[in-house]
Design a protein around this ligand. Structure first.
Ligand SMILES: *[C@@H]1O[C@H](CO)[C@@H](O)[C@H](O)[C@H]1NC(C)=O
Ligand SMILES: *[C@@H]1O[C@H](CO)[C@@H](O)[C@H](O)[C@H]1NC(C)=O
Ligand SMILES: *[C@@H]1O[C@H](CO)[C@@H](O)[C@H](O)[C@H]1NC(C)=O
Ligand SMILES: *[C@@H]1O[C@H](CO)[C@@H](O)[C@H](O)[C@H]1NC(C)=O
Ligand SMILES: *[C@@H]1O[C@H](CO)[C@@H](O)[C@H](O)[C@H]1NC(C)=O
Ligand SMILES: *[C@@H]1O[C@H](CO)[C@@H](O)[C@H](O)[C@H]1NC(C)=O
Ligand SMILES: *[C@@H]1O[C@H](CO)[C@@H](O)[C@H](O)[C@H]1NC(C)=O
Ligand SMILES: *[C@@H]1O[C@H](CO)[C@@H](O)[C@H](O)[C@H]1NC(C)=O
Ligand SMILES: *[C@@H]1O[C@H](CO)[C@@H](O)[C@H](O)[C@H]1NC(C)=O
Length: 619
């Protein structure tokens, strides 16, 4: 009993299932099983505001699939729908509205206004099948009847010297007697089209012999009466003159030419250019491509090989010159053995040409250039640095490589200062020059008036002191020119010692500008051999000034000559030394000697302290 119930139930379920399946099928059949082609985008349909528009059902653009005459014989019917702003869904078009007409495979809107813009659908259907496609109508404004900037309807190319009749497009659609319509033609907005080789003939423009002035935008305005109303439509044509349809129209490969050699560099990117002359043809799909060992870049699928689309190089009345590149990165020796061909094809012919490659020696121009540039920049920089810091550099150089004269001679003084005994120079020498040389630079300084012992002959003492000094610093002044002075004596002693091969060197300090003519003749004669250091007033006062550096360079080398307190104003202790030392110019008393001697001693011990090679202020 129970199995029977189950069997019944089972069959019941089966039957129910079958029933539901058949129901689905039925709904599918009755439902619009419509194949949707989407929205036609190949060409947009547009109409000038207020004119007549024809919407062509794009399904008939595929004549092998659908043709209007076939539709007529079969049970298929053509239906038009449109999307409105108020309704989401497509609405069947109401042909009772007196602007919309079904005109064979067209939908005619007579006339179209802005409200008619939008999406339309044309549908072909019978009981068993359905297909539909959408299309968009644009309604555009234009400026006046002739607007050459308006959207074009048609491009026409006419070969030179040939004959052509221009008919206003869509004129045949109105199929009305001659009397009820008129056509107005413009060429570049000019209504006078009559010339030697061109005239208006009925509704058409006839060009008997195409010449370049006949190229340009033509506008035709068709006006017709229907049902007592006047309607217009305008078409804009772009007429281009092209090369005559004679001669060889096969593609001609200009590069690679027969005798052309492409140079490539191993390890670098190679750029191979292919240029092809493509004669004018109508509706052509020319092709230019590179092959590597008879394989296209796509077939090779090697990322090292790339070839962007061909670009238009030039165009002359429809004849085009196009270029296509092949890029090979990291060109290898194996690539040299490959066969690189550029090929071109149009409907009339094919040609191919091989690019002959030659290896070019690798010249690292970039690297060389960079190297040279860097070297030059460095040289310039060093030149600039030297120019600005030459004194410092010289001092630095000397402190590293110079030799200390103290170890090679047995002289007592580093510097003998010779100066004119007048108040200005004396003050400079005693308060500034001497102080800096002794305390800041650590030199042992000899000043005759201070260091000579009373009693001796001045001449002998002077000669002795000068002989015991390594440098004779002469403070040049107009007064030092005066004959018979101590200063002149010192100068003469120094020059004599220098000229006779002594180890003394004479350094001139120009404290105040002195005209060369006013110098003593000894000085004038020796000037070229001597170094002159100029004191430039306040500017020269700081220890970091040129004056001190220049002077230091002329004086014997001291490894550690810099004190930390270089910024101490030099005039600070002018008074105590000055008052003491200027009281007697020619004769020194014992007091001043001892006083200054201790000073010298202090300075010397200070110097020795600084000479410690492990001193922290070492350069
Ligand atoms: C449609 O039918 C007509 C006659 O009614 C015939 O002449 C025509 O060839 C047919 N067209 C097609 C495509 O079958
Ligand atoms: C409907 O049209 C298709 C072609 O589009 C045709 O193959 C089919 O036979 C037609 N069906 C009927 C019932 O006419
Ligand atoms: C006419 O040619 C121009 C380019 O010269 C193109 O942009 C335009 O789409 C063409 N128009 C038609 C209707 O073919
Ligand atoms: C219209 O005019 C053309 C000449 O302009 C003529 O050939 C044609 O027969 C005319 N058609 C009618 C219907 O009158
Ligand atoms: C039609 O064109 C004529 C001139 O060709 C013009 O006078 C008339 O206003 C136009 N009509 C419309 C409805 O655009
Ligand atoms: C007409 O066509 C030519 C060639 O295609 C083009 O150079 C020119 O710009 C076009 N003129 C307009 C107004 O589009
Ligand atoms: C190049 O390859 C094509 C097929 O891809 C072939 O038809 C052609 O003969 C080849 N050419 C040479 C020169 O090998
Ligand atoms: C290919 O072009 C060359 C000149 O570049 C020409 O000599 C040759 O005859 C052409 N071959 C073909 C098949 O057109
Ligand atoms: C490459 O071009 C040459 C002519 O330059 C031709 O002889 C050869 O067959 C071409 N090779 C291929 C693979 O097309």
């Amino acid at each position: 009993m129970i199995p029977l119930v189950f069997t019944l139930l089972y069959f019941c379920i089966l039957w129910m299932g079958g029933f539901s399946a058949s129901v689905t099928q039925a709904t599918l059949q009755s439902d619009v099983q419509c194949y949707d082609w989407g929205v036609w985008s190949k060409e947009s349909v547009y109409v000038y505001d207020g004119e007549v528009a024809w919407l062509y059902c794009p399904l008939f653009s595929y004549p092998t699939l659908y043709s209007y005459s076939q539709t007529q014989n079969s049970s298929l019917s053509l239906l038009w729908y449109r999307h409105t702003h108020t309704h989401e869904l497509e609405q069947p078009i109401n042909f009772k509205l007196n602007t919309l007409y079904k005109d064979r495979e067209y939908l005619r809107i007579q006339p179209a206004t802005e409200q008619d813009a939008g999406l339309y659908t044309c549908m072909l259907r019978n009981f068993s099948s359905c297909v539909k496609i959408g299309l968009v109508l644009e309604v555009i404004h234009r400026d006046g009847e002739c607007d050459i900037k308006a959207r074009l309807h048609l491009n026409i190319s006419i070969p030179f010297q040939s004959e052509r009749t221009l008919t206003c497009p869509d004129l045949h659609r109105i199929r009305l007697p001659n009397s009820t319509h008129s056509v107005t033609w413009y060429h570049l907005c000019n209504t006078n089209l009559f010339t030697m080789d061109r005239e208006l003939k009925g509704d058409d423009v006839v060009i008997y012999r195409m010449l370049s002035p006949y190229a340009g935008v033509y506008t035709c305005v068709v006006s017709y009466q229907m049902n007592g109303h006047t309607f217009n439509f305008t078409r804009t044509l772009n007429i281009t003159a092209v090369a005559p349809d004679v001669g060889n129209k096969e593609p001609l490969i200009l590069n690679p030419a027969k005798d052309q050699i492409y140079s490539v560099t191993l390890g670098r990117r190679a750029e191979l250019s292919c240029r092809v002359h493509l004669p004018h043809l109508y509706e052509e799909n020319e092709e230019i491509w590179w092959t590597i060992d008879n394989k296209t870049v796509e077939q090779l699928a090697n990322p090292r090989f790339t070839s962007p689309e061909a670009t238009l190089v030039s165009e002359y009345y429809g004849d085009q010159k196009k270029e296509r590149f092949l890029y090979v990165t990291d060109f290898s020796a194996d690539d040299l053995q490959r066969e690189f061909n550029c090929s071109a094809r149009n409907s009339l012919g094919f040609n191919t040409s091989r690019a002959v490659l030659k290896q070019e020696p690798y010249v690292p121009t970039l690297e060389l250039g960079c190297g040279l540039g860097v070297t030059l920049a460095l040289m310039l920089m060093m030149f600039a640095v030297y120019h600005v810091f030459w004194l410092e550099l010289l001092l630095l150089y000397r402190s590293w490589f110079g030799s200390d004269e103290r170890y090679t001679d047995d002289k007592k003084y580093d510097v003998y200062i010779s100066y004119a005994r007048n108040s200005e120079e004396e003050e400079f020498v005693l308060s500034t020059l001497r102080r800096v040389l002794e305390t800041e630079f650590g030199y042992s300084v000899c000043i005759f008036d201070r260091d000579s012992l009373p009693g001796g002959t001045i001449t002998d003492d002077t000669l002795r002191f000068v002989g015991q000094s390594r440098r004779l610093v002469v403070v040049v002044s107009p007064c030092s020119a005066v004959r018979g002075t101590q200063a002149l004596l010192e100068l003469q002693a120094g020059l004599t010692s220098m000229l006779h091969g002594g180890s003394l060197r004479v350094v001139l300090i120009q404290f105040k500008p002195v005209r060369r003519q006013n110098w003593v003749k000894e000085l004038r004669r020796a000037r070229l051999a001597l170094k002159l250091v100029r004191w430039q007033g306040e500017k020269s006062a700081p220890l970091s000034s040129r004056f001190w550096k220049q002077l230091q360079l002329e004086l014997p080398m001291r490894r550690n000559t810099h004190h930390t307190d270089t910024h101490t104003p030099l005039t600070e202790n002018t008074h105590n030394t000055n008052t003491h030392l200027t009281e007697d110019t020619h004769h020194t008393d014992m007091n001043s000697y001892t006083h200054n001697n201790t000073h010298t001693q202090n300075a010397l011990s200070g110097k020795e302290k600084l000479e410690d090679p492990y001193s922290t202020s070492a350069l």
